[in-house]
Ligand binder design. Structure first.
Ligand SMILES: Cc1cc2nc3c(=O)[nH]c(=O)nc-3n(C[C@H](O)[C@H](O)[C@H](O)COP(=O)(O)OP(=O)(O)OC[C@H]3O[C@@H](n4cnc5c(N)ncnc54)[C@H](O)[C@@H]3O)c2cc1C
Length: 321
């Protein structure tokens, strides 16, 4: 690993961080990506909605991205960053094994984790039979028996959307009892079933030789079950943002709770620190995450060019006397 001062350190090597690194490496910047290798969508066998990459494995996408970054001289450092300190021009990031890297600018692209409702059997189906995003898995769920877990108000929004993909949609869970009159009328008119019961388990077929069993339904607290082919869940997004907080970035209340404040290119309130992907916006899909990494990279390179120019002028002035 390099011990020179890098131009840019990217923490997080998902689509956002790798695309930032790709654009920066192609701009002839010395760049390294520190990555713990756990992208949020690693549970899903396929990724959808990314032009020209539709259906690809999420892990294959990142492997291809790593190779492209390396191809332009960027470095990939496997590991987890545990601390970040310093200021524009001299940041230091420490890894959990004690290694340290320094850079002039920082990109935080550490993504988020999905805090699932505590329902037995749900985690085992996550990314396969139980999914979150209609635009990622709606097509694959078309005309199937779809359940939507009713734990938060977001669940009602999901259920309304999913009627676009299937006429067999059941909104099930405790929050189904709290629907306002307008939403209830809309659900009734469009044939979305409302089941205000406690979901006690997500049910799966027995595992077979080719892997874990398919989702088969949900169990309710009255002992009954609802047969389902797919379950949509609105998990609580929790930003992987310890480094941003340590660096002192500003936060504001947003649609999914407190999130870091950043401009459209990802610049945070801390000079020299950018965010990209789900670190910047919780609802970013993969292609949006990649695009935000590229956008941040262009602004960072321009910022470094301005810095290089200031230094060159100062050096010339000093030499002149
Ligand atoms: C089950 C599921 C399926 C999905 N399917 C789709 C889909 O089909 N299409 C789509 O567009 N979107 C899909 N998404 C959304 C998709 O996961 C996100 O859009 C995407 O992962 C965001 O990319 P990112 O680079 O911001 O974060 P991530 O992909 O999560 O990458 C962040 C990276 O940073 C690393 N990291 C975190 N903390 C540290 C640290 N301290 N030090 C070093 N590294 C760190 C992580 O290990 C990870 O590798 C899905 C999400 C889920 C949960």
């Amino acid at each position: 690993m390099t011990d020179e001062l890098l131009d840019v350190l990217v923490v997080g090597g998902g689509a956002a961080g790798l695309n930032a690194a790709l654009v920066l490496a192609r701009a002839r910047r010395r760049v390294a990506v520190i990555d713990a290798g756990e992208p949020r969508n690693r549970f899903a066998p396929h990724m959808h909605g990314f032009l020209s990459r539709d259906g690809m494995s999420p892990l294959d996408l990142l492997e291809a991205g790593r190779a492209e970054v390396r191809g332009y001289g960027g470095e990939i450092v496997n590991g987890r960053a545990v601390s970040a300190a310093g200021e524009a021009g001299a940041f230091t990031v420490t890894l959990d094994d004690g290694r340290m890297l320094s850079s002039r600018r920082l990109v935080i692209a550490t993504g988020l984790r999905d805090d699932l409702p505590d329902v037995p059997g749900l985690a085992e189906q996550w990314g396969r039979g139980a999914v979150a995003c209609p635009y990622c898995d709606g097509w694959e769920s078309r005309d199937l028996r779809i359940g939507v877990l009713a734990f938060t108000p977001m669940g009602a929004h999901q259920a309304g959307l999913l009627r676009q993909w299937s006429s067999d949609v059941t909104f099930v869970g405790p929050a189904a009892a709290d629907l306002d009159a307008e939403t209830r009328a809309g659900f009734d008119a469009r044939g979305i079933r409302i089941v205000p019961a406690q979901v006690t388990a997500v049910l799966s077929a027995p595992a077979g030789a080719d892997g874990p069993g398919a989702l088969t339904g949900v169990a309710l607290d009255d002992g009954s079950t609802i047969p389902l082919d797919r379950l949509f869940v609105g998990p609580r997004p929790v930003a992987n943002d310890a480094l941003l907080r340590e660096l002192g970035a500003d936060y504001a209340e947003g649609p999914v709770g407190e999130w870091v404040v950043a401009d459209p290119f990802g610049a945070t309130s801390v000079p020299g620190v950018w965010v990209a992907g789900n670190s910047a916006v919780a609802h970013a899909l993969v292609v949006m995450a990649a695009a935000s990494g590229a956008a941040a990279a262009t602004q960072i390179n321009a910022d470094l060019v301005a810095d290089d120019t200031r230094r060159a002028v100062a050096a010339l002035t000093a030499a002149a006397g």
